[in-house]
Write a protein that binds this ligand. Structure first.
Ligand SMILES: Cc1cc2nc3c(=O)[nH]c(=O)nc-3n(C[C@H](O)[C@H](O)[C@H](O)COP(=O)(O)OP(=O)(O)OC[C@H]3O[C@@H](n4cnc5c(N)ncnc54)[C@H](O)[C@@H]3O)c2cc1C
Length: 397
């Protein structure tokens, strides 16, 4: 870490403590909309500091390197509201990166500019209820070019942040006969007020109905017509663009998870040091609790170093060159997060289960870490296949 990155991370940590953590109690009790005015205020302060959109290139963002942003993302991840305050919440940040890289000048003006300014939100619709998200080339949403318009029909779900978003980037099969299955789909920008685009429902997840950018929707597209200029990037390059987006995106997620794990670890230690089982005998005096703390410390440290190593490799060799490292951290860090969270709740006893602390929110919310952006099993397969290949065994999918 360069001294500049270290200083920035320290300053951002203090900012999160002072400006964002105080909003958490209201957020946990009354939901996201209750803290939105406060968060808008925080966003103004983030902009005034020159910290807006750290990972996005200029002119919209700060243009931090992936490894520098990884450190910052850990600090933002300490709070469920941290990334939103810096406009780096998923899926908006991924959509901005794709628009910046592949958008036409008109698309950048119409979609990227207001998104980067924090004036609108967006969503990304790839997964379909009837088809396995783990096999993304198998999907049923189609887009057919009729004259100057794409006509889209399909069914998507888990479209995060769809509710209230201004547009959704939809993955559609445009070239079903292409011999290469990875060249059959394209990404198309669909404004959410387009006739035929329907929100079927918000999916309740782990007891939470979901709100705003933290909601997940099931959507249907019935004869949805958008201009042919709404194609994002080249026709048939939908998967390639998705892969470009998911590589760094997984690093962002992993670092955010480390931020959560680190905060839970600190809460666990504080509680173990002060909660007394009997006069003068705090929880932390028990070896069973000490082992929970030691295991968490070691796992977080290992996870952090692995993520920084993967980020460096992406910088040097691109996401494709770091494919195995990215898969390793995706399942390893998600597992560390869940083990640390579980230990932190255990040490807090009944208090840990209550919604007075963020632990139960994190626990509910982050169970999905082992599923979205590739389930554990899929990433383990990538890693094992690469390892076995070196021993002469080619495992087909
Ligand atoms: C909170 C959340 C947010 C999401 N946000 C979005 C979003 O914004 N946009 C979007 O398009 N999608 C989103 N998703 C969808 C997500 O990407 C998919 O759920 C994921 O890709 C898995 O696909 P699936 O649910 O269809 O599971 P399936 O592919 O049906 O797999 C089911 C299970 O089978 C196992 N499995 C799968 N493949 C293998 C294998 N090769 N070997 C062994 N076991 C295997 C795994 O345990 C897996 O969990 C989100 C999901 C969640 C939970």
């Amino acid at each position: 870490m360069t001294p500049q990155t270290a200083d920035l991370a320290k300053a951002v940590r203090a900012f999160v403590e002072q400006e964002i953590l105080p909003l958490e109690a209201t957020f946990l009790k009354h939901g996201f909309k209750a803290v939105l005015p406060g968060l808008q205020n925080v966003r103004q302060k983030v902009m005034a500091q020159g910290w807006w959109l750290p990972p996005l290139h200029a002119p919209e963002g700060m243009g931090l390197s992936l490894s520098a942003f990884a450190r910052l993302s850990e600090e933002l991840g300490r709070s469920p509201l941290g990334h939103y305050a810096f406009n780096t919440q998923a899926p908006d940040i991924g959509n901005m990166e794709v628009l910046q890289r592949h958008g036409t000048p008109e698309q950048k003006e119409r979609f990227l500019k207001p998104l980067a300014a924090g004036e609108i939100r967006s969503s990304f619709g790839m997964t379909e209820p009837e088809y396995p998200g783990s096999n993304p080339v198998w999907m049923n949403t189609t887009a057919v070019l009729e004259g100057d318009e794409w006509v889209i029909n399909g069914h998507k779900w888990y479209t995060t942040g769809f509710e209230g978003s201004a547009f959704c980037i939809v993955m559609c099969v445009t070239d079903p006969e292409h011999p290469n299955p990875y060249a059959r789909a394209s990404q198309i920008i669909v404004p959410t007020d387009t006739p035929g685009l329907e929100q079927v429902r918000k999916i309740s997840v782990m007891g939470e109905p979901g709100e705003d950018w933290m909601s997940h929707s099931e959507i249907r597209l019935h004869q949805v017509r958008v201009p042919r200029e709404n194609l994002l990037g080249q026709r048939g390059r939908g998967f390639a663009i998705a892969q470009e987006r998911l590589g760094p995106g997984r690093i962002h997620h992993c670092m955010r998870w480390i931020g959560i794990a680190q905060r839970c670890f600190e809460m666990m230690c504080q509680y173990a040091a002060k909660r007394e089982l009997s006069p003068g005998k705090p929880l932390g005096s028990r070896q069973a609790i000490q082992h929970l703390i030691a295991d968490a410390k070691a796992e977080i440290h290992a996870a952090r170093l692995m993520v920084l190593d993967a980020a460096e490799k992406v910088e040097q060799q691109g996401a494709e060159g770091a494919r195995v490292e990215i898969s390793v951290i995706k399942y390893f860090v998600a597992g560390v997060l869940q083990r640390v969270l579980d230990r932190a709740i255990q040490v807090h006893g009944g208090l840990g289960m209550s919604d007075d602390l963020p632990l139960s929110f994190f626990y509910r919310h982050e169970r999905a870490a082992r599923i979205y952006d590739g389930a554990d099993e899929v990433h383990k397969t990538v890693v094992a296949r690469a390892a076995l290949k070196e021993y002469g065994l080619e495992v087909s999918l």
